[in-house]
Design a protein around this ligand. Structure first.
Ligand code: HAS
Length: 565
């Protein structure tokens, strides 16, 4: 073989290996796409419900008599809080593992598809109950509100399906580890596994609530349930749920964004440490949703307040890491002075702009979270629409806008199309509309909440009391912001349809950043799931054993049936 031929062969091999690594396999892509399509149907329908809610709360719109407000609120919460998130996450993570660790085996893919179908059947069952007004119990399904047993079973199936999807991803990651003994694991694959582990442990709480308490009760097999116990089990799950939503957004911020801006991942070790901290601290903080509930010793509420302040730390580490990535890249491009680097970032690229807006929104979202968690301050804001403002900055912008921005490049990557220049500009418009709509809506929610306006109520004007007159202008502002967001959702739906079926054929990149050359190597301890798993279980046992023991033990005989002590 001549040197020239050797070189050509070598470059062909390199290119084909590169293509193999850089492109998600078509069969895995189909699995990921199926999840992502369900997620975006949920966004569209959930968005309509959201629009109806802000219009009702503005005080100048009535729903037709056959629809009840709490039914609409349930549709909104379930579709956006549970369906959009879970399905997008499972789709994105499947693609992420396939891209970073390699193609799924047939068995792994079959488990992934089983997960998709189990979740989808559960979703249809739960949706049927909501639409027939048999389950207007909101996404938190607090007892003593009672739904039809099919609703609970449907949601349980969504969770079981997600366990199967997670299992397939974990199996692929483990296979990579066996094939690359002693090597540092791919950051994206590692992050997916942490999130799945977190999800599995968190969902055990809600599984117990649904299987042991709510289903037997809704079937009439037991007369009563212990409401405090059911809420405690829900929130054991509920706050970890928000980090299960957040971590895929962090995956995009840590791994994808550095490549999009042409920079490097600041540190593999720092990113892995922050994910492991989320793993051990996400679950044992649920009592911060129950500060106002009697029956839980204030000492344990205080201990979980402290743990909540600890779980803020990995987010602060993330902020630091992202600022560093942005500044280093901006300076590399010639940015001078304190803020010169800022101008050098790729503002016209929707793959960057949308997650960036999401990050900026997450700063006040995080700050309001710290207010919520601050025990006494919680007395002021609990059950007011301030809390709704908080989670529209965190989950509905920090998280959702990141997912939306990712879908615009991920769908074409998976189905062999291109995100065109025009589609990119439309995507940027979505980001700007989202920022304006959310600033108005969420800003008004925070102010109205401080004035005492309640959340989760259709009767927000309370018959024209003096206080209600103060709230109403903010509620009209919410309706204006919400309408802008709905226009954004219409454009998003159109763009998703376009990149799915009409965009020109081509290659769209799945960007994965490389770690900066000078960053320190990742210590092996950070990849040791056993060690972190044991710490996680220890912290959960510490934070929950006594409160749950007390709740069961002090519960009136009959609602639980027996005393432990
Ligand atoms: Fe929360 C209630 C406390 C984070 C979602 N939260 C909720 C509810 C939801 C929710 C849905 O302690 C309502 C549940 C219900 O229906 O009742 N939350 C916190 C705290 C945090 C927090 C301490 N929440 C989230 C996240 C969510 C979410 C994340 C969804 C994804 N939350 C609470 C509490 C309640 C609560 C109480 C109960 C309230 C009540 O009374 O009912 C923290 O994890 C937040 C930490 C975040 C940060 C921000 C870091 C910033 C970053 C961006 C950097 C930006 C860059 C851009 C680099 C410290 C990472 C560069 C920018 C330039 C300008 C250049």
């Amino acid at each position: 073989m001549t040197t020239a031929t050797k070189e050509t062969t070598q470059s062909t091999i390199t290119t084909s290996v590169k293509e193999k690594i850089e492109k998600v396999d078509r069969r895995d892509a189909k699995l990921a796409l199926a999840h992502i399509y369900v997620a975006f149907i949920a966004l569209f329908l959930g968005g309509i419900a959201g629009l109806l809610q802000v219009l009702v709360r503005s005080g100048s719109f009535d729903l037709p008599s056959f629809i009840n407000y709490y039914q609409v609120l349930t549709v909104h919460g379930v579709l956006l809080g549970l369906v959009l998130t879970t399905f997008f996450i499972m789709g994105f993570q499947a693609a992420g593992v396939s891209r970073s660790c390699g193609t799924f085996t047939d068995k792994q893919r079959a488990i992934g598809w089983a997960g998709f179908w189990v979740s989808t059947v559960g979703l249809v069952a739960a949706a049927a109950m909501i639409l027939t007004n048999e389950a207007s119990v909101l996404y938190t399904f607090y007892a003593p509100l009672q739904a039809h047993w099919i609703y609970y079973l449907g949601l349980a199936l969504v969770i079981v399906g997600s366990w199967l999807s997670s299992l397939a991803q974990v199996m692929r990651f483990n296979q990579w580890r066996k094939e690359h003994k002693g090597q540092t694991t791919p950051l994206l694959g590692f992050m997916v596994v942490v999130n799945n582990f977190l999800w599995f442990v968190a969902t055990l709480g809600v599984a117990v609530e649904v299987l042991v308490q709510l289903i037997p009760w809704s079937l009439g097999l037991v007369e009563r349930v212990d409401v405090l116990l059911s809420r405690t089990l829900f929130w054991y799950f509920g706050h970890a749920l928000v980090y299960f939503w957040l971590l895929p957004a962090y995956m995009i911020w840590y791994v994808v964004i550095p490549k999009v801006i042409g920079g490097k991942i600041f540190s593999d070790a720092l990113a892995k440490l922050s994910f492991m901290l989320f793993l051990i601290l996400s679950v044992p903080v649920g009592l911060h949703h129950q500060f106002t509930e009697p029956g839980i010793d204030p000492l344990w509420k205080f201990i979980q307040t402290i743990l909540t302040m600890f779980v803020v730390v990995p987010s602060l580490m993330t902020a630091f890491s992202l600022f560093a990535t942005f500044e280093l890249r901006g300076r590399e491009l010639g940015g001078k002075g304190i803020f010169g680097w800022f101008k050098k970032l790729p503002w016209n690229d929707s793959r960057f702009l949308l997650p960036f807006i999401a990050m900026v929104a997450f700063i006040p979202g995080g700050a309001t979270g710290i207010v919520n968690a601050s025990y006494q301050l919680n007395e002021l804001v609990h059950n007011t629409i301030w809390v709704t403002g908080h989670f529209h900055l965190t989950v509905a912008t920090g998280v959702a806008l990141t997912y939306i921005g990712a879908a615009f490049w991920l769908i074409p990557h998976l189905n062999g199309r291109k995100l065109t220049k025009r589609a990119n500009s439309m995507a940027n418009c979505v980001g700007i509309l989202w920022a304006i709509g959310m600033a108005i809506m969420s800003g008004a929610m925070h102010v109205a909440g401080l004035l005492g306006a309640p959340r989760r109520s259709a009767y927000s004007t309370y018959g024209g009391s003096e206080q209600a007159t103060e709230w109403i202008s903010y509620q009209v502002a919410q309706a204006i912001g919400g309408s802008i967001l709905f226009i954004a959702i219409l454009i998003i739906t159109a763009l998703i349809i376009y990149v799915s079926f009409f965009a020109p054929k081509g290659e769209e990149e799945f960007p994965i950043g490389e770690v900066a050359a000078g960053s320190a190597p990742t210590p092996a301890i950070l990849e040791n799931f056993k060690v972190w798993g044991v710490i996680m279980i220890a912290v959960i046992i510490f934070a929950y054993t006594i409160p749950i023991f007390d709740i069961i033990n002090n519960s009136p005989l009959g609602s639980v049936g027996y005393k432990l002590w």
